[in-house]
Design a protein around this ligand. Structure first.
Ligand code: ADP
Ligand code: MG
Length: 514
């Protein structure tokens, strides 16, 4: 009797386990060379020939065309890490893969899957305790936040700009949108602009939009600007255009043209009379109206998207107006300065200061699209981790020190756990060791020697990381070298890696519909 359709494929027992574990391990192998300051980049080429060059774990796994269901779950681990914290994706994927590799050994030693799962969950609790234990007892000030930003950027493509200056930009942005109520992460926008050098990446205290003035003789900068938002087409009223003129002689033609002309003039005049300095319109502005506005020194933009208009409204306090007769000063918003600037192929408008100052924009610059895209990913991670560190105020030493402490704590507690579960708990510690081990390997050091040295130093000093900077390598206190990560990165990595690995380890039957 068949209970499955003939088209479905079934693998069970050890084969299923084996295949899932192999797939999961393969995924974490794929990203491990990118970990840390000496991590390498990957070049990913799609079927269509699109190229992405990146060091970002989540991006690599996302771009890879992964079909295996278990491997897909490891990709989800990286994605969850990216969504929840924004950094630590490689770490999470490596730990998940190693937990699976360790599970394989445990299965070979006849430790049952449910014992492995229990042991892993117990070890994960110990790991969280160890992270709490390692959390620095300090006020998280700008200097520490700069360290957090820099350490999240090490090994990433930053083009021709130093991590330090980018870190300052990021911390500047986050401080700007932080208050007693917390960090309004949504008020930071990253705007990419190809052209120029990555060192021109800068913080705008306001917003930047990809827009060009409707007339080239309009002012390219307005200080102390009153800003109006309109949802009205500024041209000849549609009704007039459609009406049939029966024009029989030149006088009638002139009269019709005059009527049109004076209507346009009236429209432009009512804008000018409102006293507005800068106009953003979601609808079109006729060239002739544009030219009249330009003559009066009004700066105007048309055909803005709804979301851009809403962005300007929330940044400047301006209210949208749906009829020309309601367009008056009490509806206007305000900014210290509005300026337009031309880049390679585009023109951007910057709205800065005043009411606009609640939002900030990091203008990401770089010579080519690849540079700008990778720089944007790097900065996005940095903004996320700095926001998380600023909000929670919890920071742990980086460079493997926290992982060394986690593994030590788990091993010391494992002694008190009876039965085979002890083996699973110890295996969890071995999996965590992969982080400092990989940092060492990627820095060209012997992994075993480094682990031994790190453990010894940890036992003596309570805090030991493998600090890597250019050609410099040293086992020491990462905090002294400014290598720190948000505690949330570690907590989330432990949680999502354990979840995925235990879920995969429990599977002994794969039934796939063809
Ligand atoms: P992830 O995707 O997991 O964030 P990264 O490639 O960003 O991977 O590497 C992060 C790891 O590199 C963290 O463990 C962090 O502490 C470590 N790290 C950052 N800077 C340094 C440094 N200068 N020396 C050693 N390790 C560092
Ligand atoms: Mg990182």
């Amino acid at each position: 009797m068949f209970i499955l359709s003939e088209d479905s494929e079934r693998t069970s027992g050890e084969d299923a386990q084996q295949s899932n574990i192999t797939a999961g391990k393969a995924i974490s192998e794929a990203v491990r060379t990118t970990l840390g300051p000496r991590g390498m980049d990957k070049m990913l080429v799609s079927d269509a020939g699109d190229v992405v060059i990146t060091n970002d774990g989540a991006t690599i796994l996302d771009e890879m065309d992964i079909e295996h269901p278990a491997a897909d779950m490891i990709v989800d681990v990286a994605q969850t890490q990216e969504d929840e914290i924004g950094d630590g994706t490689t770490t999470a994927a490596i730990i998940a893969g190693q937990l699976l590799a360790q599970a394989e050994n445990l299965f070979e030693d006849d430790v049952h899957a449910t014992t492995v799962v229990e042991g892993y969950h117990e070890a994960a609790e110990l790991a969280h305790d160890a992270v709490d234990e390692m959390t620095l007892d300090v006020d998280v000030d700008d200097e520490l936040l700069i360290n957090v930003a820099e350490s999240s950027m090490t090994g990433k493509g930053t083009g021709g700009v130093t991590a330090e200056s980018l870190a300052q930009t990021v911390v500047g942005a986050v401080s700007h949108i932080s208050s007693d109520e917390g960090v309004e992460r949504d008020n930071i926008t990253l705007q990419t602009q190809v052209g120029g050098s990555s060192s021109e990446t800068e913080l705008i205290q306001g917003i930047a939009l990809d827009e060009e003035a409707v007339h080239e003789t309009m002012p390219d900068a307005v200080e102390n600007a009153d800003i109006g938002l309109l949802d009205v087409e500024l041209g000849v009223q549609a009704g007039d255009v459609d009406a049939e003129y029966s024009i029989e002689n030149i006088d009638q033609l002139n009269a019709a043209m005059d009527a049109e002309e004076s209507e346009l003039k009236e429209t432009a005049q009512s804008i000018v009379d409102s006293g507005v300095d800068v106009l953003f319109n979601s609808e079109e502005i006729d060239d002739r109206v544009a030219s009249l506005l330009a003559n009066e020194g009004v700066l105007a933009f048309d055909s803005l998207s709804d979301s851009d208009i809403r962005g300007i409204a929330s940044a400047t306090g301006a209210r949208r107006v749906g009829a020309l007769e309601d367009f008056e000063s009490e509806e206007f918003g305000h900014a210290d300065s509005i300026r337009t600037e031309a880049f390679a192929d585009d023109e951007l408008v910057f709205i800065e200061g005043g009411a606009a100052a609640e939002s900030v924009t990091v203008l990401v610059r770089g010579g080519t699209e690849h540079v700008v895209d990778e720089l944007e990913r790097t900065l996005r991670d940095a903004v996320d981790v700095v926001s998380s560190a600023a909000e929670t105020g919890s920071i742990v030493p980086g460079a493997g020190a926290t992982e060394i402490a986690i593994a030590a704590h788990i091993r010391s507690e494992a002694a008190g756990i009876s039965g085979r579960k002890q083996l699973a708990v110890e295996a969890f510690a071995d999996a965590i060791d992969t982080v400092p081990r990989t940092l060492a390997e990627n820095a060209g050091l012997d992994a075993i020697d480094s682990l031994v040295e790190l453990r010894g130093d940890h036992d003596d000093n309570g805090r030991a990381g493998l600090i890597v900077d250019g050609q410099f390598r040293e086992v020491g206190d990462p905090v002294e070298h400014g290598v720190v990560d948000p505690a949330a990165v570690k907590h989330e990595a432990i949680e999502s890696a354990t979840e995925a690995a235990t879920m995969i380890a429990r599977i002994d039957d794969v039934i796939a519909a063809e």
